[in-house]
Design a protein around this ligand. Structure first.
Ligand code: RIB
Length: 337
């Protein structure tokens, strides 16, 4: 195997010191002549010099890397969120290592440990199945900061909150305005706190509109995926609703397929409303009415918050609140017309 070119090899080929090479390669070479800078950069490419990241980490005490853990990489909610993380991290000179843990607790623990052993500077953890306390116990010994979102349990730390309660309320108000009285909610089997806030807002909104909604009777539990929604088609229909509010778009899209397969027409026979506003909503038939979460912005804000904490561990606690909004399309029928 060819010998790896070191920074010393590069410095000696250029006839300058290791410090000079290091400064030029790190974009701090203004005090050297243009000719020296060009020579070093040219030799770097010609000799194929690639910095040794581990050695650099030891000197800078930073890997410039953040670990990101999400439950489901197939869900466009999380891929859009990751775009937000990625673009913000890059702007700040960081890169993100992203893993999907499929809601499996062992896998979540595995990735968190692996990321710690690779000396990431901090973590963004979304909708993990392990509790906030377990995450804290795991990460505390490493003194690595982390930002949680969509997580169970309270912890004293930086917080990123999306207005799930209002999202639930807005869905209820819209369905009530469209004349629906018999409504079912598709809710995840193991909901995180944010999704429960969605349910709370929905329940309160319906009650304020004078509509009966009993979570014990009017919820159908499903896995938070397309197949989860699809599999519960019969259970939903058994409750004879005029409308279904799904805790996320993926479940709603799965349910829509199930309803189509039963020969039902949406929204003429039954209305469906989702949550998230993933890009697929525009491509299903009919286009899905939903509550939008600012998925890209959630990724951006979480990353900004984490990097600020990495750079300044002693700063005051940060809290960011993000709004949601109703997006009306074609999947809810106006029963008042
Ligand atoms: O679609 C994924 C859902 O799980 C989102 O609504 C997000 O908020 C999470 O809870």
């Amino acid at each position: 195997m060819a010998k790896k070119i070191t920074i010393r090899d590069l410095a000696s080929a250029a006839g300058v010191s290791v410090t000079t090479v290091s400064q030029i390669l790190n974009g701090k070479g203004n005090r050297f002549s243009k000719a020296t800078q060009e020579k070093v950069l040219h030799l770097r490419d010609e000799l194929g010099y690639v910095p040794d990241f581990n050695a650099r980490n030891l000197i800078l005490r930073s890997s410039k890397t953040i670990g990101v853990l999400v439950p489901n990489l197939n869900n466009p909610f999380f891929s859009t969120f990751i775009h937000g993380v990625d673009s913000t991290a890059r702007k700040e000179g960081f890169i993100a290592l992203v893993f999907g843990a499929n809601h499996e607790e062992d896998l979540e623990r595995f990735y968190l440990r692996q990321l710690m052993e690779r000396s990431v500077d901090g973590f963004i953890i979304a909708s993990a199945s392990i509790t906030a306390k377990t995450i804290d116990d795991l990460l505390k010994p490493w003194h690595a900061p982390y930002v949680l979102f969509d997580q169970n349990g309270n912890r004293a730390g930086d917080r990123l909150e999306v207005d799930d309660y209002q999202g639930g309320r807005q869905a209820a108000e819209y369905l009530a305005k469209m004349g629906h009285q018999k409504i079912v909610m598709l809710h995840p089997t193991n909901p995180t706190a944010n999704v429960n806030n969605r349910l709370k807002g929905f329940t309160d909104g319906l009650h304020d509109a004078g509509i009966d909604f009993d979570p014990q009777q009017d919820i159908v539990s499903a896995e938070l995926t397309k197949i989860g929604g699809y599999d519960q088609t019969d259970a939903v229909l058994a409750k004879h609703p005029t409308a279904v509010f799904s805790a996320n778009d993926e479940m709603a899209i799965g349910l829509m397929r199930g309803l189509h397969e039963k020969g039902l027409s949406i929204p003429d026979d039954i209305s469906v409303m989702g949550y998230d506003n993933i890009d697929f909503d525009e491509y299903v038939s009919p286009k899905l009415t939903t509550i939008e979460q600012p998925m890209h912005q959630i990724g951006e804000e979480a990353t900004n918050m984490l990097i600020k904490r990495v750079q300044n561990p002693e700063m005051d606690l940060q809290t960011v609140h993000l709004p949601v909004k109703l997006v009306t399309r074609d999947s809810v029928k106006n029963l008042k017309k």
